[in-house]
Write a protein that binds this ligand. Structure first.
Ligand code: C5P
Length: 236
């Protein structure tokens, strides 16, 4: 088990808010404990690139989670623009295919950590089947992970349930970020289907975990982060 400050740098807080007051309230409350904030399609659509500047100006880092999924030329230009904002991490869908992933890696030029999303943690086997994917979840995640690695992507966003298998396939090198985190007696899983606890995620090989609503929907976000850190350091 690593010590508290180190965990603090490995918990990414998802800021999926539409009101600036909520964004400010959440960041003000959690900034003593959180170093990386995740800006996804919600906050980016509402506030635009200025939200990235604001977080960087507070001395924090930004994980820009726009999950690019388009033709290689479009993704390449979007990645070039995103890395010019100084983001630390950036996501794209591995289902976009090898050429798209390679174009993104080339456009990035090693500036941000490029992370491939395999299968969203909100998808369970039934939904994946309805899409028409006939491989089971672990097999499909493994295939997409190898594809991303071969295309030069730095790491993956993956469910805690596939982590150990991914480490077996890919080894220690790729950065793995795990969303779909829930804590005991916390808020319900909601739309997240393949959830794990913070402790289980780190034990299984996560470099970072992403937590959103268990903290942002709490009446006391700072207390919620501290409780998560406590579960890690006490080994609960
Ligand atoms: O609120 P919650 O803790 O469920 O937030 C999880 C965050 O991680 C959301 O911002 C969601 O977009 C993101 N995410 C995810 N599953 C992925 C990739 C990202 O839930 N595979």
């Amino acid at each position: 088990m690593r010590d508290n400050p180190e965990y603090s740098r490995r918990i990414i807080l998802a800021v999926d808010e539409v009101s600036k007051d909520s964004v400010d309230r959440i960041i003000d409350a959690t900034s003593p404990f959180i170093e990386i904030y995740k800006i996804g399609s919600i906050a980016f659509t509402v506030f635009g690139p200025s939200i990235i500047d604001e977080i960087i100006n507070r001395g924090k880092e930004v994980f820009l989670d726009l999950k690019y999924f388009d033709i290689p030329n479009t993704v390449s230009k979007a990645v070039q623009q995103a890395v010019s904002y100084g983001v630390k991490m950036l996501t794209l869908h591995t289902l976009g295919g090898y050429d798209m992933l390679k174009a993104a890696a080339e456009a990035n030029k090693g500036k941000a950590t490029l992370l491939g999303v395999t299968l969203l943690t909100s998808l369970d086997a039934a939904q994946i089947g309805r899409i028409g994917i006939e491989h089971d979840v672990p097999d499909m995640v493994g295939r997409l992970a190898v594809l991303a690695r071969d295309a030069g992507i730095d790491g993956l966003v993956a469910s805690g349930h596939e982590l150990e298998e991914l480490r077996n396939i890919l080894g220690d090198k790729p950065v793995i970020v795990v969303p779909g985190i829930r804590i005991q007696n916390g808020i319900p899983a909601g739309d997240q289907k393949r959830v794990v606890s913070p402790k289980r995620a780190f034990e299984s090989g996560a470099d970072y975990i992403v937590i959103g609503r268990p903290v942002t929907e709490s009446a006391d976000p700072a207390d919620a982060v501290q409780k998560i850190l406590n579960t890690l350091t006490r080994g609960e």
